[in-house]
Design a protein around this ligand. Structure first.
Ligand SMILES: Cc1cc2nc3c(=O)[nH]c(=O)nc-3n(C[C@H](O)[C@H](O)[C@H](O)COP(=O)(O)OP(=O)(O)OC[C@H]3O[C@@H](n4cnc5c(N)ncnc54)[C@H](O)[C@@H]3O)c2cc1C
Length: 469
């Protein structure tokens, strides 16, 4: 990197907010995705949209790719740099700007940790529902860029459902506000929605305006165990058919239960094939009624045991069991590859059986857990990236899992995004024309291809394009 460029970045941000030494860059060369890493040329820590805009212009003048990074917890390689990239890490932009209790909105910098958004709303008697398993470390900007889901998705939806507006820095450095506090607004194309889930490839989100809800007055958590996965799947269908929409309906298979119990010691029964974690929330009398119905439905569908949390502490303990699934499984082998396919709910049992058959076919250790209520499964391959032969089998198994999900009318990713990991499969799901349409959007918003290149699809940095000044 030229000394001139470094001086420009240092003049903009000061020396403490520009990293260029290899030992400082290493932590920014990977994210939560196994087996992907690439050192960037430099990492910068902007403090506001004006600084983001200035650094985008500096990078653009030199055709330098800009990779936006939140906390780097992504599971599809979205914030893994490309060669020669400038990483803009937004974790220093971490202020809650406004809590508007009259309009039930919260405006925050993109680098605010998701848990802080939840806690700020909670302290005011309000509720920010999206709760990705990583919420204690992920940033709200990362959640918006990935359109992250969470354990409460079945009843409350995903991040997109709570984004009313955002400030975004475009590829030419201009700053835009998209959206507002209006509940209804149909003025022009919905550009806000275009940027949600765009994985840092269309612009850099610097602030987010979020919708909040009144906090549910009560909640009840239940844990049901089963001798067969079909019985668990039947329970899910029966609960929905009874017109009950729990806020959480999570599934763990036997292998995951064993690892979680070994890790978190929460008294999970080790002899069951499937465990459902179910949570209902709302008015106290409705919650009590629903919890009773859920218990009856679970038993009628063959549950071996149904445990109702006695208090908030036990409920938190049961939720921890599910939240720690990834970390618990990761202790079993050196490399953990977390898949993220979604199928229509009616196809869940078939999809789990397909994963089990794929594990046998390729002699791999695959556990399955996930958001049963959303049809979103996380087949988790426990492997070792140093073993080339096994990694080859992993590649084949990943393709088989994607084929099985698409064959059942599903999607290649329910919440972790395309990034690098799912890029080879995107066209297979979208088809030629829709895939080309994505590239047309990229072409019009980032004609030089400088924003997070190589993610979602290939769109090489354009060396010869004359940039607008
Ligand atoms: C243990 C664990 C559990 C997880 N559980 C869930 C879960 O339940 N649900 C779920 O959906 N995901 C989950 N994830 C995945 C991950 O946490 C989410 O994708 C999260 O939203 C990433 O946030 P981040 O701040 O770490 O973003 P990063 O990983 O830093 O970045 C993710 C992507 O967003 C882009 N980006 C980041 N910030 C911005 C910005 N301000 N503007 C534009 N682009 C930006 C990056 O370029 C990259 O493409 C989990 C991950 C782990 C490790």
């Amino acid at each position: 990197m030229s000394a001139e460029l470094i001086s420009e970045l240092v003049a903009l941000l000061g020396p403490a907010r520009v990293l260029t030494k290899k030992e400082d860059l290493i932590p920014y060369g990977f994210d939560g995705t196994a087996a992907l890493n690439q050192l960037p040329r430099a990492v910068v820590f902007p403090d506001n949209a004006a600084e983001v805009s200035a650094l985008v212009k500096i990078a653009r003048a030199r055709r330098m790719p800009v990779v936006t990074r939140g906390s780097g917890t992504g599971l599809s390689g979205g914030s893994v740099p490309v060669e020669n990239a400038l990483v803009a890490c937004l974790t220093g932009m971490n202020r809650i700007r406004e809590l508007d209790t009259r309009n039930l909105t919260l405006r925050a910098d993109a680098g605010v940790i998701t848990q802080k958004i939840f806690e700020t709303a909670d302290a005011a008697g309000l509720f920010y529902p999206p709760d990705p398993g990583s919420m204690k470390i992920s940033t709200i900007g990362g959640n918006v860029a990935e359109n992250s889901g969470g354990l409460r998705g079945l009843k409350y939806g995903v991040t997109r459902d709570y984004v009313m507006g955002m400030e975004v820095v475009l590829a030419d450095g201009s700053i835009c506000w998209l959206g507002n506090k209006c509940v209804k607004d149909v003025a022009g194309y919905n550009l806000r929605d275009l940027f949600i889930g765009s994985e840092g490839t269309l612009g850099i989100v610097t602030q987010v305006l979020l919708k909040l809800l009144p906090k549910p007055a009560a909640r009840q958590t239940l844990l049901a165990t089963y001798a067969s996965m079909d019985a668990a799947a039947e329970t899910v269908s029966a609960i929905i058919a009874a017109k009950i929409i729990p806020c959480t309906l999570e599934f763990l298979d036997r292998k995951t239960v064993q690892c979680v119990e070994d890790y978190a010691r929460v008294n999970l029964p080790l002899d069951s094939e499937a465990v459902l974690l179910i949570e209902t929330d709302g008015h106290p009398s409705a919650v009590a009624d629903e919890a009773q119905q859920i218990e009856q439905i679970a038993r009628a569908n063959g549950a071996l045991t149904v445990r109702k949390a006695r208090d908030a502490a036990e409920a938190a303990q049961l939720a921890t069991a599910r939240r720690s699934a990834f970390s618990a499984l990761a202790r079993r082998r050196p490399t953990t590859i977390l898949e993220d396919v979604t199928v229509p709910r009616s196809e869940l049992a078939k999809m789990i059986r397909a994963v089990q058959a794929i594990a046998l076919k390729h002699s791999l250790d695959i556990a399955v857990f996930g958001h049963f209520g959303d049809g979103n499964l996380h087949p988790t391959i426990l492997t070792d990236e140093r073993n080339a032969a096994e990694m080859h089998r992993v590649e084949l198994a990943l393709k088989d899992i994607v084929d099985a999900a698409l064959g059942l009318g599903g999607t290649i990713t329910g919440e972790h995004g395309v990034g690098v990991a799912k890029k080879p499969f995107l066209k297979q799901q979208l088809g030629e024309n829709s895939h080309a349409l994505l590239k047309m959007i990229k072409q019009s918003l980032d004609p030089l291809g400088l924003l997070n290149p190589g993610k979602i699809f290939d769109f090489p940095v354009q060396e010869n394009h004359t940039p607008k000044t």
